[in-house]
Design a protein around this ligand. Structure first.
Ligand code: ADP
Ligand code: MG
Length: 232
């Protein structure tokens, strides 16, 4: 019951840590929606990319040596125009020289996304159980609440929905106290697609996270806003 468009794996995957953009290209090859984005290595190229994407945009410093970008000031949200974008590009380039000397790869210009809820979707390859899929609430909540669920890949849609329903915070997705329901179907679809990716990568997969996946209101879909992966 592999969903249409889930794969094949792109050719030429390399071992080691992937950049956010590379990790998102990998999940996009399995039909998971990702932010529109372009990698830029000059302020002019960043401005051209932002004009094509449409303001406001987000700018992120890129280095595969960096794990938590926002902790280092490398994520600049809601840039409203070209002058804000160019200033952010220069700041991010200087920061990268400090935190990852010689290992900066430019800056990622991406659309500013919105969501009702932020999920984390993760995968690891367990030596005994093979590829495992994890889901929980993203952002700070994931570490505070430890409200996560695991299941072996590949997942059916029923498996994926059951994982979401077992979360303590499930009522938040279903819609509480006048808050709109989030697009649970889009979360289920992303989990199933990620599970086929993990299944196909098998032992080449060290880890792969989408954190966050933004869920919009019911019927409006989801989008992967950040991605991280390490292959062997
Ligand atoms: P980190 O490496 O720190 O996890 P992220 O790319 O996840 O960096 O960015 C940190 C936070 O900024 C995200 O959790 C999300 O809330 C917000 N964010 C990042 N990219 C976007 C975007 N394109 N649109 C809207 N919000 C974003
Ligand atoms: Mg993140």
């Amino acid at each position: 019951q592999r969903p249409a468009g889930a794969g094949p794996l792109p050719a030429g995957l390399r071992a080691g840590p992937l950049t956010e953009h590379e990790a998102k290209c990998l999940v996009a090859a399995y039909g998971i929606p990702v932010t529109r984005e372009h990698l830029a290595t000059s302020a002019d190229a960043a401005a051209a990319a932002a004009a094509e994407i449409g303001y406001p945009v987000v700018l992120k410093g890129v280095s595969r040596a960096v794990v938590h970008k926002s902790d280092l000031g490398l994520v600049r949200l809601g840039l409203a125009d070209a002058s804000a974008l160019r200033a952010a590009f220069d700041e991010v380039r200087l920061l990268l020289e400090q935190v990852a000397p010689g290992a900066g790869e430019g800056a990622l210009v991406q659309e500013m996304a919105r969501g009702e809820a932020e999920l984390i979707l993760g995968t690891t390859c367990d030596p005994d159980f093979g590829p495992m899929i994890m889901v929980g609430f993203g952002g700070v909540l994931v570490e505070v609440l430890k409200d996560v669920q695991f299941a072996p890949a590949p997942l059916s849609a029923e498996d994926a929905e059951a994982m979401l329903r077992r979360l303590a915070l499930w009522p938040v997705l279903a819609g509480v106290r006048g808050r709109p329901a989030a697009d649970v179907a889009a979360a289920v679809d992303a989990l199933v697609r990620l599970s086929w990716l993990a299944h196909d990568l098998g032992e080449r997969l060290v880890e792969l996270d989408i954190n966050p996946l933004f869920l919009r209101a019911a019927g409006q879909g989801a989008v992967a806003v950040d991605g991280r992966a390490t292959l062997r």
